[in-house]
Design a protein around this ligand. Structure first.
Ligand SMILES: C[S@@+](CC[C@H](N)C(=O)[O-])C[C@H]1O[C@@H](n2cnc3c(N)ncnc32)[C@H](O)[C@@H]1O
Ligand code: SF4
Length: 361
């Protein structure tokens, strides 16, 4: 091999080395830019999208379900689905009989407190059914004494409440809401808002007076439907004098009270916007009335089911998140479907501690 060919092949080798190094540089630069770009995208999409990477098969619709971080200021914990009533329109039905062990429920409530919860509402199913109301009482006591929450409330059909419960736990409770859809006993029977032939209204009046006696703020919830839409409840509500009268337009939820898999068929209970408005107009003199149309109600509640999963109602069903006990509040709440603006618009934030209500007991 002569000198010129040795020189040529060395130059070729050097050139190849240069090209290789250049390629490596370009690849590193490309990788750096790509990771920088993805970090910027994550940052712009907010905390939730940065911490939960959706599986590659996620559709646009599913991606849209992931929402920015929300504070769970006011939470509704439906710890049981079992109930002794058979309201035909019920949208939280006995699909399971599961109830968390008390310590796990307390752990979940502590996680919620750490995440910013100020108000807890216990609901169901019928919350006074499990352990004859003692499970509920212990949670109420825990939320007041250990977590020191500003507001603790319960929604109940009222049929299982005993005076001894007030004696034991009444001090720790701010608000007790009793559901009553009619002041006509026959209508309650037709709706299924009753256990056998027992009077729903007798319980309502009895509990109203216990609330007064044991210093618990008394509230009423009514679902307006085809059976009670023409009723005038002004006189009875005025007499009972609740701190708040929540008036709901009967809502359909697929898989609960509508559709093939549902345990209830509530279509025959549904009323129009106009019918709902007529009911509200008839009761315009009742100052404690708080109306909730389907639109206001659907996504404005943070709902936790019996496994402590948030339920997202945006698709007209109750789609569960993962449990806060498994993934924490911050991750689970991204899939809650909660509409905070609507929560504020419907008056979800109000004077909710009995100490601040200035009631005459
Ligand atoms: C599911 S219940 C559970 C608590 C308790 N069993 C009771 O009836 O009060 C909670 C609240 O949701 C209301 N509700 C039930 N089904 C409804 C529906 N389809 N539309 C609007 N509100 C409904 C009830 O009247 C009650 O005030
Ligand atoms: S709405 Fe009626 S059936 Fe449903 S949980 Fe309450 S009392 Fe039971």
């Amino acid at each position: 091999m002569d000198l010129s060919s040795v020189f040529a092949s060395s130059m070729l080798l050097l050139l190849q080395l240069c090209i290789r190094s250049l390629q490596l540089c370009i690849r590193s630069l490309h990788y750096f830019l790509a990771s920088l770009y993805s970090k910027i995208c994550d940052w712009r999409a907010g905390v939730c999208r940065a911490t939960i990477s959706p599986p590659p098969t996620h559709s646009k619709l599913e991606e849209n379900k992931v929402q920015d971080s929300t504070t769970p200021t006011s939470v509704n914990y439906h710890f049981t689905r079992k109930c002794n009533y058979k309201c035909g329109f019920c949208f939280h039905t006995a699909k399971t009989s599961f109830v968390l062990p008390l310590d796990e429920a307390k752990r979940g409530l502590s996680l919620l407190k750490d995440a910013g919860m100020e108000k807890i509402n216990f609901s169901g199913g019928e919350p006074f059914l499990h352990d004859k109301g003692d499970f509920l009482g212990k949670l109420v006591q825990f939320c007041r004494l250990e977590l020191q929450l500003p507001s603790i409330s319960i929604v109940s059909n009222g049929s299982m409440i005993k005076e001894s419960w007030f004696q034991k736990y009444g001090d720790y409770l701010d608000i007790l809401a009793i559901s009553c859809d009619s002041f006509n006993e026959e209508t309650n029977q037709l709706i299924g808002r009753a256990q056998g032939k027992k009077s729903h209204l007798d319980n309502l009046y009895k509990i109203c007076s216990w609330c007064q006696q044991y210093k618990v703020a008394f509230k009423i919830n009514s679902v307006i439907n085809t059976f009670n839409v023409d009723e005038d409840m002004t006189e009875s509500i005025t007499w009972l004098n609740p701190v708040r009268w929540k008036v709901f337009q009967c809502l359909l939820i697929e898989g609960e009270n509508a559709g093939e898999e549902a345990l209830r068929e509530a279509e025959r209970f549904v009323i129009s916007e106009e019918q709902f408005q007529e009911f509200l107009d008839r009761h315009s003199s009742v100052s404690c009335l708080v109306p909730e149309s389907n639109e206001k109600m659907r996504n404005s509640y943070l709902i936790l089911d019996e496994y402590m999963r948030f339920l997202d109602c945006r698709e007209g069903r109750k789609d569960p998140s993962k449990s806060i006990l498994d993934v924490g509040v911050k991750e689970a709440i991204c899939f809650s479907g909660f509409d905070e603006k609507m929560f504020l618009k419907r008056g979800g934030k109000y004077v909710w501690s009995k100490a601040d209500m200035k009631l005459e007991w």
